[in-house]
Ligand binder design. Structure first.
Ligand code: IDP
Ligand code: MG
Length: 149
């Protein structure tokens, strides 16, 4: 089953949108296998955003993601990576469709509320970067047969 890492970013937590955002992934049918409230270290932020190192927004991005607590969530489901990205919407909120998290709740790329893994491979890697094996729970949800065919 695919895994994806969701980060409810500092702006979303500060704005009281944690529940609103989590609700959308739950309603989509994705199964939570790990979740925690944490202050991201600079070290972890630099690892997570290593691909963006050297870009003009990189320093601002690391400062933003470490500026206050986040909620990190590991989700599992069929097509979890693509489904979560669709639910999140385009990186630039002005390009995100209405009905998506960013299209409904955000205005600027530097304050776009949420992270979702971009490939199936990165979903596995990012979940492992943020959660130990002991923090991930393998369980069957009673609704699973009504969501996963
Ligand atoms: P994604 O979050 O939709 O996968 P990426 O291109 O991977 O988007 O960029 C990672 C994050 O970096 C974005 O979510 C956003 O917070 C920030 N970011 C990307 N491009 C810009 C920019 O041009 N200015 C400021 N921040 C940016
Ligand atoms: Mg990305």
């Amino acid at each position: 089953m695919e895994r994806t890492l969701i980060i409810i970013k500092p702006d979303a937590v500060q704005r009281g949108l944690t529940g609103e955002i989590l609700k959308r992934f739950e309603a989509r049918g994705l199964r939570i296998i790990g979740m925690k409230f944490m202050q991201m270290s600079r070290e972890l932020a630099e690892k997570h955003y290593a691909i963006h190192q050297g870009k003009d927004f990189y320093e601002g991005l690391v400062n933003y993601i470490t500026s206050s607590p986040v909620v990190v969530i590991a989700l599992e489901g069929t097509n979890a990576v693509a489904a979560a990205r669709k639910t999140i919407g385009a990186t630039r909120p002005q390009e995100a469709e209405a009905g998506t998290i960013r299209g409904d709740l955000a205005l600027e790329v530097g304050r776009n509320l949420v992270h979702g893994s971009d490939t199936v491979e990165n979903g596995q890697i990012e979940v492992a970067n943020f959660f130990s094996d002991a923090e991930l729970i393998s369980w069957s949800r009673s609704a699973d047969p009504w969501i996963f065919q």
